[in-house]
Write a protein that binds this ligand. Structure first.
Ligand SMILES: Cc1cc2nc3c(=O)[nH]c(=O)nc-3n(C[C@H](O)[C@H](O)[C@H](O)COP(=O)(O)OP(=O)(O)OC[C@H]3O[C@@H](n4cnc5c(N)ncnc54)[C@H](O)[C@@H]3O)c2cc1C
Length: 392
């Protein structure tokens, strides 16, 4: 693996940093995960359009679909800088990190031309409808189904934990199109306009009192046949592609890494009880996290480096997923321990430290080992596909 970035990629990083310094209002701070607070959504939309106008949302996509034909490494640098500088998320992970790359592989040319440019311009936000109340890890057991009726498919069922569905224009939906087939077969992938009659998005507040995800209901939702992609009954291939992309993103590590840097700076400040950094136990704990954040970064770089060589990271992406999820929890726990009662205060309190970030991360990081496939499932993948161990 080449550890040094080429000169033009370093220039691209500098250009991004200048853009972020100019465009992010002083004191603006997005969250460490993949979501914007609802109050930040209008700014997130504007910000996405500014990036889209420069073709900076999906630089690695082909130019005809709104990209710049850059490499996956340059895309990684973009994602890393945006997350490190806590720019708005704008549903980027779901639109451009997960669904877009899946469409690039599985949709036909007409569909790509119809859908991808609006993703790349920041005009449309997308979400992902896979999980159901009875189907998460065992996704293939899903019950949502679609029946062909003339030029349409008619979808009935429900999806749960649909991240950003309340802000999204379209959803990638998996539905069963052939009940008689074994469970991994007979599933098809559709694109559903969220404004279609029969689509209802109901909020689910998480324990940080934030509306990041939803339950989505489909009651006789008519979807044009031209919105089925990847082939009838072939939806499982699109699903597994999607999940591989979902696990290889760098935003999580970059957000946690930034918080570690902020905690170190915080601990070095002098305050009435003394400088926390002067205590060996504090230095040890933060140094350990600093190292783990650097390792996580290298894991993410390795995953994307494989993609740049045309390989499909699989166990490698799962290693990253577990590492990032656990690091997020460790960083939040360390922050709360370090700050004591101050670490429990929310953004807005005059006593809150680091804009209440530690308190928010403490509540949100719990979801890290669940979303996008649980840590246990990732460990199964690492064991079976990485080490070649037999299925239990
Ligand atoms: C923040 C967040 C955002 C999400 N966003 C979306 C989204 O946008 N779209 C979407 O479709 N879904 C989304 N999800 C859902 C997510 O993909 C599922 O929660 C996840 O796949 C786990 O499914 P489940 O919740 O049904 O748990 P289950 O699958 O029921 O698992 C319960 C427990 O059993 C364990 N387990 C299950 N099977 C095995 C096994 N074979 N071996 C070992 N242990 C096992 C699991 O690890 C877990 O601990 C999101 C979830 C979160 C937390």
């Amino acid at each position: 693996m080449e550890f040094t970035l080429p000169a033009e990629t370093r220039q691209w990083r500098d250009e991004l940093r200048r853009f972020l310094a100019a465009e992010l209002p002083p004191g603006f701070s997005g969250s460490d995960d993949y979501f914007d607070d609802e109050a930040q959504l209008p700014f997130a939309r504007q910000f996405m359009r500014k990036l889209g106008d420069r073709r900076w949302l999906a630089p690695a996509w082909p130019e005809r679909f709104g990209g710049m034909g850059k490499t996956p490494i340059e895309q990684l640098v973009l994602n890393e800088e945006l997350a490190y500088h806590r720019a708005p998320h704008g549903g980027r992970l779901f639109t451009l990190g997960i669904v877009g790359p899946t469409l690039l592989i599985h949709a036909n040319d007409e569909q790509k031309e119809r859908w991808l440019p609006k993703m790349a311009s920041g005009e449309e936000w997308w979400c992902q409808g896979f999980s159901e109340p009875g189907s998460g890890s065992d996704l293939a057991s899903m019950q949502t189904h679609a029946v062909r009726d003339g030029d349409d498919w008619v979808i009935n069922g429900t999806k749960i934990w649909s991240s950003n569905a309340h802000a999204a224009d379209k959803m990638m939906v998996l539905a069963r199109t052939n009940q008689g087939e074994p469970k991994h077969k007979g599933i098809s992938a559709f694109v559903v306009d969220m404004k279609s009659p029969g689509v209802t998005v109901a909020p689910i507040d998480n324990m940080a009192y934030r509306r990041d995800f939803n339950q989505t209901f489909f009651d006789d939702v008519r979807v044009p046949a031209a919105n089925l992609f990847g082939g009838e009954g072939q939806g499982w291939y699109a699903a597994t592609t999607t999940l591989d992309f979902e696990r290889s993103n760098i935003a999580a590590i970059s957000g946690a890494r930034r918080t570690v840097h902020d905690l170190i700076a915080w601990a070095k400040e002098r305050r009435p009880g003394g400088r926390p950094w002067d205590k060996p136990a504090v230095r040890d704990r933060l140094s350990e996290l600093y190292i783990e954040a650097e390792i996580g970064r290298l894991i993410a770089y390795r995953t994307v480096w494989m993609q740049a060589r045309g390989e499909v990271p699989n166990a490698e992406a799962s290693i990253g997923k577990v590492w990032f999820a656990m690091l997020g929890i460790k960083v939040a726990n360390a922050g709360v321990d370090l700050m004591g009662p101050y670490g429990q205060l929310t953004r807005g309190s005059k006593w809150a430290q680091l804009q209440g970030r530690v308190q928010m991360s403490y509540l949100l990081a719990v979801a890290g080992p669940i979303g996008g496939g649980t840590a246990e499932i990732q460990r199964n993948i690492i064991a079976q596909r990485g080490f070649g161990l037999p299925r239990g």
